[in-house]
Design a protein around this ligand. Structure first.
Ligand SMILES: Cc1ncc(COP(=O)(O)O)c(C=O)c1O
Length: 389
């Protein structure tokens, strides 16, 4: 049978890195010795009041169709959260509720770009960006983040990637996988280039509330940029709710209306009991990310300290989020060889960051969403393996 070209555009690359993750994931179900650090699924439960609200609403029969773009109460709560993060007042017409930030990224890509366009994003990048960007038909223009500068944004390289066909810049801030938080000047630099070339900015800020160092400068907070900015948010990371699939886009009302049309033909509204639980997450559980940040900071510090003691490995503390990038170039192995060898010998699964773009080559990405005890054990195994090379 024939398929559309769309199926090619959404077929992921970096397959080898994910192959190892998938193998480890399957093995972890039958072997307790496996330590999974290759993805960032928080070990913590969703806060109890959120779960209680979902159950209450289910029992109350909140199992019918809901409004396609999200319930007004939840959209207004997201608008208040946007005011907190970006200092900018928006209305419910500026908000669409979707099935996770991932869904919001796709809806944005499909509504702002098309074949013939280019979308610029930074490499290494969050794993799904490639397919999400290409789904629209646009070409992906990766802008290399240089490990030598600590993966910081660079005006020259970004400016050089922009062509007359460029339609948008996808910015992840705080960044996954590097954990870098863009400075005010860097955010302003991206904004200035976007304005100069009349581009959309898709600002993925899902880690904004898991900040250890620096200041989170929301793109939409800058003057004169909100009308071309789509802010992507989610409850997955900040409230331990990845499986609930609650995310959103905040942006200009016209774009949001298009995204609502996309939601109509793709999702047809998030379940009502989940939306009401999400409202509790936003309104009553604002201290959860504060608690998580404290825990993740401790784990980050432990892992950075232990791994930096290992000859051949170096890592810089991430400023935010739940991932650490470890430079393995000093071991003489490629990151692919290192990750495979590590798993074979120690059952510790980390992700070859080359699977997240050429800029990640020579690094592995590990999460610290597992317990301090397991993390310490994983670092000991990593040290033993590296020393044995
Ligand atoms: C940068 C980034 N954006 C988006 C997502 C997707 O989040 P969600 O679970 O809300 O779809 C993730 C998840 O890891 C992420 O790291």
């Amino acid at each position: 049978m024939k398929y559309s070209d769309f199926v090619n555009r959404i077929a992921g690359k970096g397959a080898s890195a994910w192959e190892l993750h998938n193998k480890a994931d399957a093995e972890s179900r039958i072997n307790d010795d496996v330590i999974m650090l290759s993805i960032g699924d928080p070990e913590f439960d969703t806060p109890a009041p959120i779960v209680a609200k979902a159950i209450e609403r289910l029992n109350a029969g909140d199992t019918h169709y809901t409004g396609v773009s999200g319930r007004e109460t939840l959209k207004l709560a997201i608008a208040r959260d946007h005011l907190r993060l970006a200092g900018r007042r928006v209305g419910s017409e500026n908000v669409v509720v979707l099935a996770g930030a991932q869904n919001a990224l796709l809806a944005t890509s499909m509504c702002i770009a098309e074949p013939g366009d280019e979308i610029v994003t930074f490499d290494p990048m969050y794993a799904t960006y490639e397919a999400t960007i290409k789904a629209s038909g646009a070409e992906l223009r990766p802008v290399r983040l240089d490990a030598a500068t600590g993966f910081r944004l660079d005006r020259e390289t970004l400016a050089a990637a922009i062509t007359p066909r460029t339609r948008a810049i996808f910015l992840t801030n705080p960044h996954n996988p590097t954990g870098v938080v863009a400075t005010r000047d860097e955010v302003q630099m991206v904004a200035d280039l976007a304005r100069a070339h009349d581009l959309w900015i898709v600002s993925d800020e899902v880690y904004a509330d898991l900040l250890f160092d620096g200041e989170h400068v929301a793109m939409a907070s800058l003057d004169g940029i909100a009308e071309r900015t789509v802010t992507i948010g989610s409850l997955s990371k900040s409230r331990n709710m990845p499986g609930w699939r609650v995310g959103w886009a905040v942006g200009p009302a016209e774009l949001i209306a298009h995204q609502a049309n996309f939601a109509l033909c793709m999702l047809y509204g998030l379940p009502g009991f989940i939306q009401d639980a999400a409202l509790v997450a936003l309104e009553e559980c604002a201290d959860e990310p504060v608690r998580l940040t404290g825990i993740y900071r401790q784990r980050r510090d432990t892992a950075v300290r232990l791994l930096n003691q290992v000859p051949g490995l170096t890592c810089t503390p991430p400023q935010a989020g739940m991932f650490l990038m470890v430079d393995v170039r000093g071991t003489g192995l490629s990151s692919d060889e290192y990750c495979r060898g590590l798993y074979e010998h120690t059952k510790v699964a980390v992700l070859d960051a080359a699977g997240l773009g050429a800029g990640g080559d020579g690094f592995f990405r590990m999460s610290y969403t597992t317990s301090q005890e397991k993390l310490t054990e994983a670092c000991a195994r990593i040290a033993e393996y590296t020393n044995s090379l």
